[in-house]
Structures are given as C-alpha cells and as structure tokens.
Design a protein around this ligand. Structure first.
Ligand code: SF4
Length: 260
C-alpha cells in the first residue's frame, strides 16, 4: 500500500497535537500493508532509518528554504509519512540521533512511538546529550524495552546505568576507535535524514554536497533509493570512522549482533 503524504496529513490534522490515539487506531491496517512490501525477492532491502535531531528541531529548511523563499519545517505528519515509507521499504529500525536534549522536541517521542507501535520498529535513541531528566526518563518508559536501545558514547555509559536498571539495553554509540576504516554495513541498507530534512548517503557525509541525495519532501524515498544518479556509496578516500559515525545503525549493528 502506498501511504500517501496527503492521506497521512489528513489523518494527523484530525487529532489533537498531543495525542496519537486516533493515529494508532490505523496501525494494524498500515502495518499489514507494510509487511507485504517489507521484502524484495524475499530479502529485506532497506533496514535502517536514521534521523538527526538538533537544538532547532527536525526538518528546518526544507525545499522552500533551500531555494531562498523562506525556511520550512517538516510537520509531524510528514515525519510519520517518512517513517511509513521507510517501513514499506523494509526498515525495521529507527535511530534518532539527538544532538540536543531528548525532551526538547516532543515530536521525537511521537515519531518514535508511531514507528514502534505502528510498524513494530526497534527504536534507537542516540543521546548526544547524555543526561536525562525525570520527565525524559518517564517518556522512555512508555517504550517497549525489548524494542528500544539507548546509545551514548563509551565514556558516558555509566550515566545510563539507571536506565539499565529499568530494563533498557544500553549500547555504545561509538563502538569503533576513530581513524580506521568503519566496520559498518555501509549506507546501502540505510536512509539517512538530517535535521534539515535532507537526505545524505550517511551521517559521515552529512553536509557534503557530493553526497546529498535530495530532500525528504521532494519525492518518495523509494524513488530516491532507486535513483542511480544520486550517491549511494562513500568514497574510500574519506571512509574513516569519525564522531559523525556515532550512533550509525549500520555500524552499531555490526558490534551488537547478539542482541539486535
Ligand atoms: S556513518 Fe560511518 S559507519 Fe555509518 S555507514 Fe557511514 S561511514 Fe559507515
């Protein structure tokens, strides 16, 4: 099923902004359709959706901002549609890299909740700010522990012990030393969307014009992924582990295979 942006917009406009209740009533129907589309020739194609959140939020500076006619922000229903599209292509992981406090933008929780409850996706909260308020911890407790991972840099792992006591699995966001060739699965199985809603080959090359694949609102993700004219690989000359690889699902998954 093609979950169109127009349909999703219509759904989300009919509910209060602080509630996903009505949206969740559609979850079984949407999920059933996505399960059908999840495999290509019997094998998963896209596995990971990786979104980046900054202090300003997610989705600032969309297509209208890019051409100078004023910045735009992706609305919640547009992010949910991106999740739907990625799920229909096989993605069963959503990683949210937060370069700001976890609770600063409540839509982060709504997007994650939609991904987990509608599509059964495993959620990775990659905390660039490795401290949590009580309110943020309570928000996390709404998520299925079996399908939630908390990621922080190695030096911050001790700050997350209380989440471990609550049953969460904590992963190292930077499992590999910087400077070497990444032991990652590469970007081919991943869709990366930065804080402006721009698509890049992966987090390592975020902001690098040679690796920009477009904007999430320009055309369906499926068309972008299938387009041979946009970059799908990172050149060997710059394929080196850096902090920009932190939280990369394609990297982290290779180090935590035992409890994926
Ligand atoms: S961000 Fe780094 S680890 Fe992830 S796919 Fe790109 S090069 Fe590999």
């Amino acid at each position: 099923m093609n979950v169109s942006r127009k349909k999703t917009k219509g759904i989300t406009e009919s509910v209060e902004s602080d509630s996903l209740q009505l949206l969740l009533e559609f979850r079984h129907r949407v999920r059933a359709c996505c399960e059908e589309a999840r495999k290509v020739n019997g094998k998963p194609k896209i596995v990971y959706l990786w979104l980046c959140v900054t202090e300003r939020g997610i989705g600032h500076g969309g297509p209208s901002g890019a051409n100078g006619s004023g910045a735009s922000t992706l609305a919640l229903h547009e992010w949910l549609t991106i999740v739907d599209e990625a799920a229909s292509m096989g993605a069963d992981w959503l990683v949210l890299t937060l370069l700001t406090e976890l609770g600063r933008h409540p839509d982060v929780f709504r997007i994650a909740e939609w991904a987990q409850k509608t599509h059964g996706m495993t959620i990775g909260f990659h905390l660039g700010v490795p401290t949590l308020t009580d309110a943020e911890t309570r928000q996390l407790e709404r998520f299925d522990r079996q399908k939630t991972r908390i990621m922080v840099r190695r030096e911050d792992l001790d700050k997350m012990r209380h989440l471990q006591d609550l049953g969460f699995t904590i992963w190292t966001a930077n499992p590999q030393e910087e400077g070497g060739k990444p032991d990652c699965q590469g970007p081919a199985r991943m869709i990366y969307v930065n804080a402006k809603g721009e698509l890049y080959t992966c987090g390592l090359v975020d902001g690098h014009p040679d690796y920009r694949m477009g904007h999430a609102l320009e055309r369906p993700l499926r068309a972008v992924v299938a387009d041979p004219s946009v970059p799908h690989y990172v050149d060997e000359s710059i394929h080196t582990v850096s902090p920009a690889c932190d939280g990369c699902p394609s990297l982290v998954a290779n180090f935590f295979r035992d409890n994926l």
